[in-house]
Design a protein around this ligand. Structure first.
Ligand code: CP
Length: 357
């Protein structure tokens, strides 16, 4: 069996943020993902990571991420170890160590590197103490010490694999994104969700030259450095950036809308001296009218509807949109998580020199 060009293409590299890679690199990932998708649908074997092990450390819940990574590495001939932070000595930053309950990330990363071939981590919200940026710092700490690739399965700032799946999905229905209106919008939820998805989606849409519109109520601003980077990428790739506080206006004439909840950062450190989850929820509850309905989509001119999942039915979006809207990409995005993650795993965990039987 021949080895496809993408196996080992980024051998040994981490995947923490898509902006650590160029647009050309991301296009290579998508090319690999489409090859793997075709082979998956045709049941063509893809044993490119035979005998490889992926450690998956989840500090938070997951349906899509866990199962797409786990199924994906299996389909590539390897296997996944699921690690709950409560079942091991919780991997922890130096300032939070508790004897015999926690273990330094620097040590955990080096031990796991001796047993397997990559370490994947998800951490945001409560396990990151709601200190914005702390989840990302933990992922970076793993990357600093591991001698195998580290994959970011979502921290409090970035969700790179979600954004890869999203751009893949958008390109499948509209092969050229440049100059298309791509709206990343707040939508109400009673829960507290991180900034990772809207930030990562806005970045990748700008990287593909979209006219990015970010819509949210006052108080839901994304991080300043992310907005700066979105603007830079939009300028570089022929797109634009607009920010508005009006959902309906943002949707008007859009090609894609990506409405989902995130939390108002002013209630959390370092933007607040304390973590104020109740304050954040009370503030959010003023914006229950930020819900996606069939009527809103029809008035906007029927854009493609996108959401990373899980969508909060009756809050972020109506049942009717999720179940009946003909331009919903909700399940396509979920599926493409599998294909982009297999592509990146083959690229960073594979070897250019290995032959297959
Ligand atoms: N979109 C996403 O990451 O889904 P899960 O939380 O189910 O993994």
């Amino acid at each position: 069996m021949g080895r496809p060009w993408y196996v080992g293409y980024f051998e040994g590299r981490d995947w923490l943020r898509n902006i650590d890679y160029t647009q050309e690199d991301i296009k290579k990932v998508l090319e690999a993902a489409w090859d793997l998708k075709r082979k998956f649908k045709s049941r063509i074997p893809t044993p490119y990571l035979k005998g490889r092990t992926l450690f998956m450390l989840f500090y938070n819940r997951s349906l899509r991420t866990r199962n797409s990574f786990e199924a994906g590495i299996h389909q590539l001939g390897g296997h996944a170890h699921f690690l709950s932070p409560d079942d091991v000595y919780t991997p922890t930053l130096p300032e939070d160590m508790v004897p015999y309950q926690t273990e330094a990330i620097s040590d955990v990363a080096r031990v796991l590197s001796r047993y397997g071939d990559a370490i994947a981590i998800r951490i945001y919200g409560d396990p990151a103490k709601w200190i914005i940026g702390r989840g990302h710092r933990i992922v970076e700490e793993f990357a600093k010490w591991a001698t195998v690739p580290v994959l970011n399965m979502e921290d409090d700032l970035y969700h790179p694999f979600q954004a890869l799946a999203d751009i893949m999905t958008a390109l499948e229905v509209m092969p050229k994104i440049r100059g298309k209106k791509f709206v990343v919008s707040y939508a109400y939820s009673g829960g507290l969700k991180p900034l990772a998805v809207p930030q990562s989606v806005a970045l990748i849409a700008a990287m593909f030259g979209a006219d990015v519109v970010i819509a949210h109520p006052p108080g839901f601003e994304l991080m300043d450095d992310i907005i700066k980077k979105v603007k830079e990428l939009a300028d570089q790739y022929g797109g634009s950036l607009t920010i508005t506080n009006n959902m309906e206006e943002a949707f008007e004439g859009a090609h894609f809308v990506y409405p989902k909840a995130w939390s108002p950062k002013k209630f959390f450190p370092p933007f607040n001296s304390t973590v104020d989850k109740e304050g954040a929820k009370a503030y959010q509850s003023k914006f229950k009218n930020w819900i996606v309905t069939m009527d809103l989509l029809e008035k906007a001119g029927k854009p493609y509807y996108m959401h990373c999942g899980p969508a909060d039915r009756g809050q972020e979006v109506t049942d009717e949109v999720l179940d009946k809207y003909e331009k919903s990409l909700y399940f396509e995005e979920a599926e493409n998580r599998l294909h982009v993650q297999k592509a990146v795993m083959a690229m960073v965990m594979g070897s250019k020199y290995e032959e297959y039987e």
